[in-house]
Ligand binder design. Sequence first.
Ligand code: UD1
Ligand code: CA
Length: 476
Amino acid sequence: MQGKLVAVVLAAGKGTRMKSELPKVLHPICGQPLAVFAIRAALGAGAREVVVVVGHGAEQVEAELRRALPGAPLSFALQTEQKGTGHAVLCAKDALARIGATARTRVMILAGDVPLLRAETLAELVKAQDRVGVELSLLSTELPNPTGYGRIIRDEYSQVLRVIEEKDATPEQRKIREGNASLYVAEHSFLFEALNLLTPQNAQGEYYLTDIVAIAASRAQKGAASFPAALLADAREVSGVNDRAQLAWAGGELNARKLDGLMKSGVTIVDPRATWVDADVEVEVDAILEPCVSLRGKTRIGRGALLGQGTIAIDSSVAAGARVLPYSHLEQASVGARCIVGPYARLRPGALLDEESHVGNFVELKKTHLGRGSKANHLAYLGDAEIGAGVNVGAGTITCNYDGVHKHVTRIEDGAFIGSDTQLVAPVTIGKGAYVGTGATIREDVPAGALAVSAGKQRNIEGWVAKRAPASNKAK
Ligand code: UD1
Ligand code: CA
């Protein structure tokens, strides 16, 4: 029986080529820090625990990854000085012991900067390592231009003998196009025996993890084990992110993969070249995403919902059959079934729309509950408001929720009618079915069924224009 499978993710490097204050593995891609994808692939391939080796920005990396992967079986190992990939794995030894790794444990090793890696590919690698006598399996890839990669050296029987780093390679070896993908599965006992044999006698003065390949091969030559198993992987899938251009490319690939999956599951995406959907967004069947829609974070879109052109939804939900018309902006908002929102609506955190309510153009909602079938169709600001069902909020209505120090609540009960251009000075309550006349400034509660008016009586001053007009005008 095989020992349990755990993973070590290397994420201590600075990522110099990113030219960034932010550690490379935290750069956002499809709504997540870069390293989240490799960690998820490892978990998806059956790793029971993941040890992340951190160094540059260690505290920040740990905090961000824990936040991005709540409840995931993560632990962290510190590599204070980056002495190479082999040294990085050695730094994980104690953390592995703490999670119960033993000699028979299988250790998957991967870099934190390979966001396109699929769990299925890693699972194949685990299978290859599971074969009798194999102490080490690795992924390689055929590259049109392998510059920068370690090259796989094979013997005349095609057995893997070693990996030679670009900087240590002879011109002849540099012609080899099979590159090391830097993804391995190794038996724990073999791994740490081999790591203890590493020396930094190479062009970069580093402890190369890649040298364990030669150690495994020499054990095979002595008949002590099988040769390392090398599996050929798709070059795109295993390509690492080292600079911003590669980050953008990988983001595009991940997005395309996500959109493909959604279209296969029955979502209409009018223009997949101009639609962005983060990895964790869920979209149900028959939803329609018009061009330039951007769905981020943990957004959920219900069955048959329409997302109009240019809509941005962040950590929001849009229920079945709702229509969000173009250029609306939603953040931590919840839109009920069959609602109509926009165009140009702004739903800020805590905007909660019950079924069949309408929020029209240039209407802003913050921490506001709009009851079933209620309407705020034009130019309004509704903040800290509790609005019942069947309410009509007229154009230009404003809840004056902030007195400069505190926020106060406005309550509008079922069936009330708020005339256009009304200011509701909170805290204030408009009772059930009450009416507020146009242009009112409401500072006191309005009882149910009452009409409140506060605008002064209109006065017309006859002939005023002629009397006030300058002399030059009078002459005409
Ligand atoms: C490594 C491989 C190379 C392979 C290439 C594929 C070695 C020696 N070489 O080279 O054969 O073709 O990946 O992309 O392994 N890291 C640490 N601590 C360290 C050094 C690195 O945590 O001390 C981490 C980095 O943050 C990174 C990963 O290990 O996530 C790979 O390191 P990097 O220096 O980028 O390796 P390459 O030179 O690309
Ligand atoms: Ca390096």
